[in-house]
Design a protein around this ligand. Structure first.
Ligand SMILES: Cc1cc2nc3c(=O)[nH]c(=O)nc-3n(C[C@H](O)[C@H](O)[C@H](O)COP(=O)(O)O)c2cc1C
Length: 267
């Protein structure tokens, strides 16, 4: 069996949320899809070890929030790589109650669902939900799972149904880089399409942001290189702005929000 065939299945990237005795909880799920139109029903496959799983079981409802390509990537880092058993994911992400369910701000559409059926598998439960409310929140292109891998450079979480099927083929990613007109120093953002900060100063020749010009580059999907720091929680790779740069003490992972102690240096 050629496991790389699984990479040709298409998905979106969603937040699946519910209540835990009145407190909002949720996780990232790529496995949501529409099953029928009348009545409108949506299925989502949730790992039994995810905290969100028990909450959906208990509450009997879940919401699916569709993420757009320009959403805050930390939504994926926090909801997809951390657990509500340990952190309140909604502390930094405000939400509104829509169709009785918590829907985090920052998505493009939502569907609030009442569980009407479920299917048990060895590792996941497929919840089938009748849509009781739906709406659009803002305009953006829906993020595909391929975009998440290719552009955001995200990795597959261990509890996603699509985990570990085969090594990911090396891909090209698009990114911006900024070149200093004076000394040719190249700044490549830590996240794709990152803008130069307004107070940017060239670390080599000291000129400001106005002396930098932007260009789009294609780079190989980066594997962590020797000396680079990798987040043990979400796999984010810190690419120092200057060679041999140490991680700052107050470093916070831009994807999942953990501190420096959760990063390890590649040997
Ligand atoms: C891109 C992505 C897709 C994911 N898809 C799923 C999924 O479809 N089903 C699932 O159970 N977990 C999925 N996960 C993993 C959960 O989001 C992750 O285990 C999360 O930390 C669980 O949080 P919780 O313990 O608070 O429920 C995915 C994670 C990522 C990053």
């Amino acid at each position: 069996m050629d496991m790389t065939a699984f990479y040709n299945l298409s998905y979106g990237v969603y937040l699946c949320t519910s209540w835990d005795n009145g407190a909002p909880v949720g996780c990232v799920a790529n496995s949501a899809m529409q099953i029928t139109s009348s009545p409108a029903t949506i299925a989502v496959s949730i790992n039994k070890e995810n905290y969100t799983h028990r909450c959906i079981e208990d509450c009997g409802h879940f919401a699916i929030t569709v993420l757009g390509e320009h959403c805050d990537p930390r939504l994926i880092g926090v909801f997809g790589f951390r657990t509500s058993a340990e952190v309140n994911k909604f502390e930094e992400f405000p939400y509104a109650v829509r169709g009785k369910l918590p829907v985090p701000d920052g998505g493009i559409s939502y569907f609030s669902c009442k569980v009407v059926e479920k299917m048990d598998t060895a590792t996941h439960t497929v919840f089938l939900g009748e849509v009781i409310d739906a709406g659009n929140l803002q305009k953006d292109a829906p993020m595909t799972y391929a975009y998440y891998h290719r552009v955001l450079k995200g990795k597959t979480a261990a509890k996603a149904p699509t985990f570990n099927q085969a090594p990911m083929p090396e891909e090209e990613v698009k990114q911006y880089e900024y070149v200093c007109r004076i000394c040719s120093y190249v700044y490549r953002g830590e996240t794709p399409f990152e803008e130069l900060p307004d107070d940017w100063v060239c670390p080599i020749c000291g000129v400001g942001k106005e002396e930098f010009c932007r260009r789009e580059v294609k780079a190989a999907r980066p594997a962590a290189k020797s000396g680079q720091y990798v987040c043990k929680v979400c796999g984010y790779v810190y690419d120092g702005k200057v060679p041999f740069e140490e991680l700052p003490d107050d470093w916070v992972c831009p994807l999942c929000g953990v501190g420096k102690s959760e990063f390890e240096r590649m040997p």
